[in-house]
Design a protein around this ligand. Structure first.
Ligand SMILES: Cc1cc2nc3c(=O)[nH]c(=O)nc-3n(C[C@H](O)[C@H](O)[C@H](O)COP(=O)(O)OP(=O)(O)OC[C@H]3O[C@@H](n4cnc5c(N)ncnc54)[C@H](O)[C@@H]3O)c2cc1C
Length: 469
C-alpha cells in the first residue's frame, strides 16, 4: 500500500506529491489525462502572484502582505477567508527557492504582460515548462505516476479515506490528497448551474473552456453529496472574454482579446453594455467573460480603430478589418444602422483630454449610458477592427471547505487523512473575483501543506503499525 495517494496531475498535485516524498512517504499520483496532456490547467499558466518586501530576483519594487491582502479583499468583495488568504500570501513569499530546487526557472516579465512585474513572478517557458520540471523531479525522487487514470469514486468511512477506484481497480493508501481541479470542463454541470436566462437561453451552451478537458468535478460532486463541507457557489468562476474562434478546450492564453479598454464593446443588438474603461485591463479581464455571458446569445463585439493599434498585445488571430464601419458591421453580422448609431453617440460623448493608456487618464464620456470613464477616444479613423467575443471559463470556484492544515471537512469535522489543494479549494480564498497569478499561489501553498500533512499522517500510521508488530 502507498503511504500517500495524490489524485490529479496539475500544480497542486505535484507540489503535494513532491513535499510528501521529501518527507519520506511513498507516493502514487493518479492523473486522468494521458501523458501528453498531463498537467491540467497548470500547463497554461505564466506566473505566480508573490509577496515580497523589496526587489528580489525577478520581482521589482515591493509587494508587501498588506497590499496583497488589500488586493484580495478588493477583488473578492470580502468573500474570502482572511486566515487562509494571508497564509497563501505569506507562503507565496518563500516558495520560489523550493520551486527552483525542483527545476522551475523564472524570468522577468516581457512588455505587454499586463504590467505585472511588481506583483507576479513569471515562469521561464510558462506553465508547461514548470509542470515538466515537477514531473521530472517526481520521477527522479521515485514517485509513481499513472496516466489515463481517472478516479471515478472514493471510499470514505466516517470522514476517513479508505480507497480510490480507477476502472475496476481499488487503490488503497494511508492518506490522500485531492487535487483534481474544479468542474469547469463539465458542461452539463455548468449548464445546470447557469440555468435558463431571461431570453430563454442556456448561457453555458456558449461557454468555451480555456483549459483542460479533464476537470469534470466528479470527485467534488461525490464528496459534496457525501456530506463534505463546501464553499462558494456553482456559478462563481474566473471567466474571460475570449476570441469566439477559440477551440472548446485548451485554447489557453493566446485566445485572450486585450483591446477592450481601447474601444467599445457591443452586444448582438449593437448596443454597449458596460464601462470598457473602468480600470486597467489586468483588473478587469476576468470580469468581462461574465459580462458577455449575461448578454443575449452570450456574444460580444470589441470594436477599435487604427489609432490604438500597438498599445495592447495583439490577439493571436487577426480580427475583422474594414475601411468603414458599415463594412465592419457587415463582416461582424451586426445591424448596420444600429452600430452606426451606437458609435456616433459614443463619439459625440467623448471628452478627450490627454490620452495615456499607462494611467487612468482623463479621456471619458459625458452623458452616455453606460459611461466610458477612461481612455475614451472617438472611433473615427479607419481601418476599423472587430473581434467577436465569447465567455471563456478558466476555472470554477465551488470547492471543499478547508483550514490551515488543508483537511477536507465533513459536517464541520476535519478528516484526519483526506486533504485538498488547488482549484478544489480555491473558493476558500476566492469567493468571487480574481487577481492575476493567485491561482498558482493558492495551489502551491495548499499543495505543499496538503503533501506535508498527508505524509505526516501516513508516517504516523506506519510507526503505529511497526510498534504494534
Ligand atoms: C488559460 C489559463 C491561464 C492561466 N494562467 C494563470 C496564471 O498565469 N497564473 C495563475 O496563478 N493561474 C493561472 N490560471 C489558473 C491556474 O491554471 C489554476 O489556478 C491552477 O493551475 C490550478 O491548479 P490545480 O492543480 O488545482 O488544477 P489543474 O492544474 O487543472 O490540475 C487538475 C488535475 O486533475 C486531473 N484530474 C481531474 N479529475 C481527475 C480525476 N477524477 N482523477 C484523476 N485526475 C483528475 C486533471 O487531469 C489535472 O491534471 C490559468 C488558467 C488557465 C486555464
Amino acid at each position: 500500500m502507498f503511504d500517500v495517494l495524490v489524485i490529479g496531475g496539475g500544480n497542486a498535485a505535484l507540489c503535494a506529491a513532491l513535499m510528501a516524498r521529501e518527507a519520506g512517504a511513498s507516493v502514487l499520483i493518479l492523473e486522468s489525462a494521458p501523458k501528453k496532456w498531463r498537467g491540467g490547467n497548470s500547463i497554461h499558466t505564466r506566473n505566480i502572484r508573490s509577496m515580497h518586501d523589496g526587489p528580489e530576483d525577478v520581482m521589482s519594487g515591493a509587494y508587501p502582505e498588506e497590499e496583497y491582502w488589500e488586493d484580495v479583499l478588493k477583488v473578492t468583495g470580502g468573500i474570502t477567508d482572511e486566515k487562509l488568504a494571508r497564509l497563501t500570501i505569506r507562503a507565496s513569499s518563500n516558495c520560489r527557492s523550493w520551486m527552483q530546487k525542483h527545476g522551475v526557472r523564472f524570468q522577468a516579465p516581457l512588455s505587454g504582460t499586463l504590467n505585472l512585474s511588481k506583483t507576479n513572478a513569471f515562469f521561464m517557458g510558462g506553465g508547461k515548462a514548470l509542470m515538466n520540471a515537477y514531473y521530472r523531479s517526481a520521477e527522479k525522487l521515485g514517485i509513481e505516476i499513472r496516466y489515463d487514470s481517472t478516479v471515478s469514486s472514493l471510499e470514505i468511512s466516517d470522514g476517513r479515506f479508505l480507497a480510490a477506484h480507477v476502472g475496476n481497480q481499488r487503490i488503497e493508501a494511508k492518506s490522500c490528497v485531492l487535487a483534481a481541479g474544479g468542474f469547469e470542463s463539465n458542461r452539463e454541470w455548468l449548464k445546470e448551474a447557469w440555468g435558463i436566462n431571461e431570453f430563454g437561453e442556456a448561457p453555458a451552451d456558449n461557454f468555451l473552456i480555456r483549459g483542460t478537458r479533464y476537470n469534470n468535478g466528479v470527485l467534488l460532486k461525490q464528496l459534496i453529496d457525501m456530506g463534505a463541507d463546501s464553499v462558494s457557489d456553482a456559478t462563481q468562476a474566473h471567466m474571460v472574454a475570449i476570441d469566439a474562434r477559440a477551440p472548446l478546450y485548451d485554447g489557453g492564453i493566446c485566445t485572450r482579446v486585450d483591446c477592450v479598454s481601447f474601444g467599445i464593446v457591443v452586444n448582438k443588438l449593437a448596443q454597449r453594455f458596460s464601462d470598457e474603461g473602468e480600470d486597467f485591463w489586468p483588473k478587469r479581464y476576468a470580469f468581462w467573460g461574465r459580462l458577455v455571458a449575461q448578454q443575449p446569445g452570450q456574444i460580444g463585439y470589441s470594436i477599435i480603430d487604427s489609432k490604438v493599434l500597438g498599445r495592447f498585445m495583439p490577439p493571436v488571430f487577426p480580427g475583422d478589418k474594414a475601411d468603414t464601419l458599415e463594412e465592419l458591421a457587415d463582416m461582424l453580422g451586426l445591424d448596420k444602422p444600429a452600430l452606426l448609431k451606437t458609435v456616433s453617440e459614443y463619439n459625440a460623448a467623448c471628452r478627450v483630454g490627454t490620452f495615456d493608456h499607462t494611467i487612468m487618464d482623463d479621456c471619458h464620456t459625458e452623458g452616455l449610458q453606460p459611461a466610458k470613464t477612461h481612455w475614451a477616444l472617438p472611433i473615427d479613423t479607419g481601418p476599423f477592427y472587430g473581434y467577436i467575443l465569447r465567455p471563456g471559463v478558466t476555472f470554477t470556484y465551488l470547492g471543499l471547505k478547508t483550514s490551515e492544515r488543508a483537511e477536507v471537512h465533513f459536517h464541520g469535522k476535519p478528516s484526519d487523512n483526506l486533504f485538498v489543494a488547488g482549484e478544489m479549494m480555491a473558493g476558500n480564498v476566492l469567493g468571487k473575483g480574481y487577481a492575476a497569478g493567485i491561482g498558482m499561489a493558492i495551489g502551491t501553498a495548499f499543495g505543499r501543506i496538503a503533501g506535508t500533512q498527508a505524509a505526516e499522517c501516513a508516517l504516523r500510521q506506519r510507526d503505529t503499525q511497526h510498534a504494534a508488530a
